[in-house]
Write a protein that binds this ligand. Structure first.
Ligand code: ADP
Ligand code: ZN
Length: 707
């Protein structure tokens, strides 16, 4: 029945994509030959397409078994938005609705039907399916999340075990099982349970090449670090925490700092959970702060970052959770914040487990995560080795590859450091010890008479940062103790003394590139980013209007292409990857006019930023606050906010929301509309002391840019 010259052409026609993801084409070809299939791909690998495209190219209907109602609805919505006839039948539907869907199916108007496993095998539904089989034909049955049939998997579902009956009842219909679970035991089980007939097994690599991996040391200043990392992102993200309490805390602090964030954990009511989840899917909020309760069934493809605020319990958990970033294949980020304190906390919890064996397994899993976090090898290599894959060379997409850390012998330095801890009578923390070593002139040093110590200033051959790096590494390696109640104080231990006695050499990974990397600023790129933001807003409006999640309208990658290529005609628009004919008809006009408007506005003679303004812009984009930028650059705070307001006026990508709260912006804008924008003082007089000159200046910049 296929009228396409190639599978690629069909892919473009139905889904708008130009190329297949690794493995997809082979699987689809095998499906078209009516083979039984077992497909193993990591989350985000693109499994759905492997049964969806064959379904569209064959006569009859394909039945898709899916465990979660929410997932089902999501996939069907996305398909319908591509102009594809898909539907689902489940218990949430009213009788009339169910009936009319069944009629459409029998009239051969539907290509994909999603059902839950329990329904598929009940008697009434069996009768209906028989009618379907004779009237329109069933081309295949796809079983999504197939690991649910196996008791060996991490998500066994009793209703899935009944799927054994499928083969008996429909011996002629090809079965296609799909999962993201890697273990061999579960794979064997799936084949056996479902009675697959010499299936084609496709195991895709577990490498998620679009995800960048990084570890950040976690210390007392962890929250500002997290905040900064989030501010540097413009897309959506997940922050995972270990406990409900820390989920609530972090979500609240982020909201106070102007980030749209909501919590998600098992302690919330069903209603709250589902409403927070919907807000996240629809981009009404940027960040969801969650326990591991959040995940299964979250199909949002444009999650740009997953940050682990606490240490995950196993590498498998970590990989599943971080894997929720970047399912759309666009560059995404995973950061794990790691501290030894977390390790101790989890170890303590594990030791509470009654069963010896359980304890042993849990401790081993913990060691593997720590190995990942402390490792100096390519992070990808460490993870893939765990999944039984070998990754050769450096990935260039993790902190260790980008900043390879040579191992050096720092025994002498360690001896100096530790003797300084001893001289200070084991009563001070890392920063103070470093101050003494480098001979700092801080008040606190004189106050304690530490300028008189023999170790005062003996470390001036190295920088404060280097001494801190050594100190942290000594703590990590257990060569010096650190108190955990209240302010952390360094304490010597057995190993410290071995180091003094030259019995234990100290090797540390030396981070040579500690100095900040400065990215070069590219004005053209900034423009594309601005347009991208504008198109994102438009996408959000359209999505809200249609009660859809934004990613269902267009993927981030398609918006980026629009921003770069700036199509002027519908034909050019339809050519973009991720856009098919149907979507071009639906949304093309709106996006093309938005692009045209942007082009016209940007043709106006705008003044270009100065070098100094650009330097400020760069730091702003790295997430630094105005005060931090002023410190970094050695300027007055008011100078920096002038830079920023001028940049805003020049339409440069400054995030005003990061600088002034939305509420304040509104009040300031109202006032400007009343009294004019000529002098700041007039505006300030009207507003009073709750508003600073800097805030007014910034908002005025924005107001002027809008004229
Ligand atoms: P999985 O079920 O394996 O986790 P999905 O089937 O949900 O992954 O696909 C993840 C994302 O990748 C979806 O947004 C999907 O539209 C997109 N995708 C799938 N195949 C392609 C392709 N060939 N080109 C571009 N994007 C694709
Ligand atoms: Zn790497």
């Amino acid at each position: 029945m296929s009228t396409f010259a190639s599978l690629e052409e069909a892919l473009k026609h139905f889904f708008g994509y130009d190329t297949f993801r690794p493995g997809q084409k082979k699987i689809i070809e095998a499906a078209l030959h009516n083979k039984d299939l077992l497909t193993i791909m990591p989350t985000g690998g693109g499994k759905s397409l492997c049964f969806q495209l064959p379904a569209l190219l064959r006569n009859g209907i394909t039945i898709v078994v899916s465990p979660l109602i929410a997932l089902m609805q999501d996939q069907v919505d996305a398909l319908q938005d591509n102009g594809i006839n898909a539907t689902y039948l489940n218990s949430t539907l009213e009788y009339d609705e169910r009936r009319s869907r069944q009629i459409a199916i029998l009239k051969n108007q539907i290509k994909l039907l999603y059902v839950a496993p329990e329904r598929l095998l009940n008697e009434r539904f069996g009768l209906f399916l028989e009618q379907v089989a004779t009237k329109v034909g069933i081309s295949a049955i796809a079983i999504d999340e197939a690991h649910c049939v196996s008791e060996w998997g991490h998500d066994f579902r009793p209703e899935y075990s009944k799927l054994k009956l499928l083969r008996q009842r429909y011996p002629q219909i090809p079965l296609q099982a799909l999962t993201a679970t890697a273990t061999k035991r579960v794979q064997q089980d799936i084949i056996q349970q479902l009675n697959l007939r010499s299936p084609d097994i496709h195991v895709a690599s577990f490498d998620r090449s679009n995800i960048y991996y990084e570890i950040q040391p976690k210390d007392r200043h962890i929250y500002p670090k997290l905040l900064r990392a989030i501010r540097a992102e413009s897309g959506a993200g997940i922050v995972y925490c270990l406990s409900r309490k820390s989920v609530e805390d972090v979500a609240k602090r982020l909201r106070c700092d102007g980030i749209k964030a909501l919590p998600y954990h098992a302690g919330l009511s069903d209603r709250e959970r589902s409403s927070n989840q919907t807000s996240f899917l629809r981009d009404d909020i940027q960040v969801i702060v969650a326990t591991i309760a959040f995940g299964m069934g979250i199909n949002k493809p444009d999650v740009r970052f997953v940050f682990h605020y606490d240490l995950p319990r196993s590498l498998e958990n970590f990989y599943q959770e971080s894997g929720r970033a970047g399912r759309d294949g666009e560059p995404s980020k995973s950061i794990l914040y790691f501290s030894l304190g977390d390790r101790n906390k989890i170890e303590f919890l594990i030791k509470q487990k009654p069963e010896q064996n359980e304890q042993k397994i849990a401790l081993q899993q913990l060691r593997q995560v720590i190995d990942y976090a402390e490792g100096n090898d390519c992070r990808r290599k460490i993870i893939l080795r765990y999944f039984g894959e070998r990754y050769r060379g450096n990935c260039g997409q993790c902190d260790n590859c980008l900043n390879p850390k040579p191992i050096e012998d720092w025994t002498v330095e360690a001896q100096k450091f530790l003797s300084c801890v001893a001289r200070c009578q084991e009563k001070f923390g890392l920063n103070h010890i470093v101050d003494v070593l480098i001979g700092s002139r801080k008040q606190k040093i004189y106050q304690y008479g530490h300028h008189l110590l023999s170790t005062y200033g003996i470390g001036n051959g190295r920088t404060a940062d280097e001494w801190k790096m050594l100190g942290r590494s000594l703590i990590h390696q257990g060569y010096v103790g650190q108190t955990t109640d209240g302010y952390p104080i360094l304490k010597l231990n057995k190993r410290s003394w071995e180091i003094f006695r030259d019995q234990l050499p100290v090797k540390i990974a030396v981070d040579k590139n500690k100095t900040k990397t400065t990215t070069t600023y590219n004005p053209h790129k900034a423009e594309a980013e601005l347009l991208f933001e504008k198109l994102r807003k438009l996408r959000k409006q359209i999505a809200d209007h249609n009660s859809l999640a934004p990613y269902m309208i267009f993927a981030d990658s398609s918006l980026k292409l629009m921003a770069q290529i700036r199509p002027k005609t519908l034909a050019d628009f339809a050519n973009l990857s991720g856009v098919n004919e149907y979507k071009a008809q639906q949304y093309g006009d709106s996006f093309i006019s938005a692009i045209r408007e942007f082009n016209e506005k940007n043709k106006l003679p705008v003044s270009l930023p100065s070098k100094s303004q650009l330097a400020t812009l760069q730091l702003h984009q790295q997430g630094l606050s105005v005060v931090e930028i002023a410190e970094e650059r050695g300027f007055a705070v008011s100078t920096i906010s002038s830079h920023l307001s001028e940049l805003i006026e020049m339409n440069q990508p400054v995030s005003l929301n990061q600088l002034v709260t939305a509420d304040k912006q509104q009040v300031i804008i109202k006032t400007i509309e009343q009294v004019g924008d000529i002098t700041l003082k007039t505006i300030k007089d009207k507003l009073g002391n709750d508003y600073s000159y800097d805030e007014i200046k910034l908002v005025r910049g924005w107001w002027r840019s809008q004229r």
